[in-house]
Design a protein around this ligand. Structure first.
Ligand code: SF4
Length: 342
């Protein structure tokens, strides 16, 4: 396994210490000799060093904030789930195209919410209001929840909670591989454990501080063995010299490692590379040397819902990628379901 997140510093809202998980994280961090500061609000953290945007971003990614989730109104999460489940925010990795770099703006530090019982009680109420329909919750809408899991156990608790819900289901996605603590959770087939993957060379070039493709697939094989529903997001898919070979090798890696008997209910989500002006500006600020292909004139501009648009590949390129990827997935995994290609 790889890339254990060890914070350089931590901030606690004093109220977080009144919760068992808050207390437990506090004690662990003390043992690990992580400097701890008390703070009034997890939304207003001051004192993270950094003389320029790159340093500030990197330091924030080494900072853990332990707080209480006050608002228990869950945001919607269409089309993949009914609601976001707010457990954690951000992640310790440094992927150049991370969508959170845009959405979290000036607050890319990692946050964990220790009032999980209240959050899950609220989930129960949402489930009740939709009964007898099944209600899905997404646990990774604003984070990768795995890097902090060894400290908090929030996912474990959540997975077991949904295991007990006849009408509640849980899904999340990760680029990480430290999944061992979740293998014994009583999930009851109610959690879909998804892994975000890419061609090995893309991971190496752009997804800093993340496990390799092979390590992620090994983790996926372990959770599949334990009866979890599994899924893969292949994103962002790039059209680069050698892309066909790169993504073919990715599928071969999955084929090599995934247990044969656990292949009848795998989902795939396929997303071609796109960027907005805002994302491009952010990326250039944090990774000035980036080699990401973001030339507007090579792309097609697609108007978005909220007045902003994105630059996607040209139609012929997308069609070629779509056909090739879908055909490849179904060749290796004929019983899988491809949820979408965008
Ligand atoms: Fe962002 Fe996911 Fe990479 Fe973390 S692992 S930096 S959440 S893309």
């Amino acid at each position: 396994m790889s890339h254990q997140f060890i914070p350089k510093r931590a901030f606690f809202e004093p109220k977080a210490l009144e919760y068992p998980i808050g207390q437990q994280v506090y004690e662990q961090l003390q043992e690990m000799k992580v400097p701890i500061t008390l703070t009034r609000s997890h939304n207003r953290i001051t004192g993270i060093p950094g003389d320029n945007p790159q340093e500030a971003y990197q330091e924030a990614k080494n900072t853990l904030v332990v707080g209480i989730r006050k608002s228990l109104n869950f945001a919607g999460c269409k089309p993949s789930a009914h609601y976001q489940l707010p457990l954690t925010t951000s992640c310790s990795s440094m992927c150049e195209y991370c969508y959170l770099a845009t959405t979290l703006g000036k607050k890319p530090y990692l946050r964990v919410y220790v009032n999980v019982e209240e959050i899950l009680d609220q989930a129960s109420r949402y489930i009740e209001t939709r009964a007898p329909e099944i209600t899905w919750f997404e646990g990774a809408a604003t984070s990768d929840p795995i890097p902090t899991e060894y400290l908090t156990g929030l996912l474990y608790k959540t997975i077991e909670f949904f295991g007990r819900q006849p009408l509640g289901r849980f899904r999340f996605v990760t680029k990480h591989d430290r999944v061992d603590s979740l293998l014994m959770a009583k999930h009851n087939g109610h959690t879909r454990f998804r892994f975000s993957i890419n061609a090995a060379s893309i991971i190496e070039q752009y997804e800093h501080k993340t496990p390799t493709l092979s390590q992620r697939v090994e983790a996926a094989a372990k959770v599949a063995e334990k009866g979890y529903l599994i899924g893969f997001i292949i994103a962002p898919i790039f059209h680069y010299p050698g892309w066909k070979e790169g993504y073919l090798q990715l599928l071969q890696e999955l084929d090599k490692q995934l247990p044969k008997k656990e292949r009848n209910n795998i989902t795939f989500e396929l997303i071609s590379h796109r960027f907005t002006k805002k994302a491009k500006n952010n990326i250039l600020e944090i990774f000035p040397e980036t080699k990401l292909p973001m030339e507007e004139q090579e792309r097609k501009f697609k108007y978005g819902q909220f007045g902003y648009g994105k630059y996607i590949y040209q139609k012929e390129t997308i069609d070629e990628m779509k056909n090739d990827m879908q055909e490849g997935v179904l060749r290796y995994f004929p019983d899988a379901s491809i949820e979408y290609f965008v």
